[in-house]
Design a protein around this ligand. Structure first.
Ligand code: F6R
Length: 270
């Protein structure tokens, strides 16, 4: 087992340029082999600069025609055309600006009869498997330490399923919805086990607001209480941070990014 690599950049913009370079390389090399690139995508404020950069690269000639995407999650109770659905978010911020075929885009459905939810979740997992599994999974981290919507209590081997949103998560989302009462109470999310099967994972975090939970995820115990802590065991994960998000970590030099910080525990092999 190798610990996650921690790359600290001078700004989110610098970090996402690096990551967009890695993703273009993946997409182009797959296209050259006549294969698809399978990306797991995230929503929220954190990936926005990456989506802007990917849209810019598309305008400079990068084609997404051979990309299949699976989003981490969707609010239950929101139709696709709801202003705050993740379907709308992804189209507004990425899909409307690139040339991915609509049929290659996958998000869990937010409107399902109760009885149809388990089958829908099983089918989402099957679609990821049928696509060949996730080549790359993009993550943010929530105040509770969630990845996707795997709130405290989510098992390491959990799969795509319906979850209850933590109050902290709903409060964080309240401004966008015009009040916490408007925020859905449930969602469908990929599970921790689904995410951890991705062959490569990059977690992005910006700003001091994320510093404590980033440190807990990297240096705290592996626990269902902080689903991001499971990333400590993933063999190919990087945390891309700005200085604010890295400010609770201890620093040592390392050749990754413009300035690099590795918390001491993450440096210890195996
Ligand atoms: C989004 C998701 C969440 C967010 C997390 C951080 O699809 O699954 O885990 O990544 O809540 O949200 P932001 O980026 O808004 O701070």
């Amino acid at each position: 087992m190798s610990a996650p690599s921690i790359c600290v950049f001078d700004s989110a913009e610098v970090a996402v340029r690096e990551l967009a370079g890695e993703l273009s390389e993946l997409i182009r090399s797959r296209a050259a082999e006549g294969r698809m690139a399978v990306l797991g995508l995230a929503t929220g404020a954190t990936p926005l600069p990456l989506y802007q950069e990917l849209s810019r690269l598309h305008h400079q000639g990068l084609s997404f025609a051979n990309v299949i995407s699976f989003n981490l999650d969707e609010y239950l109770g929101l139709a696709r055309d709801h202003a705050e659905s993740y379907w709308t978010f992804m189209h507004r911020n990425l899909f409307d600006h690139i040339d991915m075929p609509e049929s290659n885009i996958h998000l869990p459905s937010g409107v399902l009869p109760e009885a149809a939810i388990p089958a829908h979740c099983t089918e989402y997992e099957a679609r990821i498997r049928d696509a060949g599994g996730l080549d790359f999974q993009l993550l943010g981290i929530g105040g509770t330490g969630h990845i996707g919507f795997n709130e405290p209590g989510s098992p390491r081997d959990s799969r795509t399923r319906r979850v209850l949103l933590d109050e902290m998560t709903r409060c964080d989302a309240a401004p966008a919805f015009g009040g916490v009462c408007q925020v859905p109470t449930q969602a469908i999310t990929m599970g921790c086990g689904t995410i951890l099967e991705a062959r490569r994972i990059v977690l992005l975090a910006w700003g001091e607001r994320k510093a404590a939970i980033v440190n807990t995820a990297l240096n705290g115990p592996l626990t269902e209480q902080v689903s991001a802590s499971f990333l400590q065991e993933h063999p190919n994960t990087s945390f891309y941070l700005d200085h604010g998000a890295a400010s609770a970590l201890e620093s040592v030099p390392s050749p990754c990014g413009s300035t690099v910080t590795l918390p001491r525990r993450a440096c210890v092999p195996g």
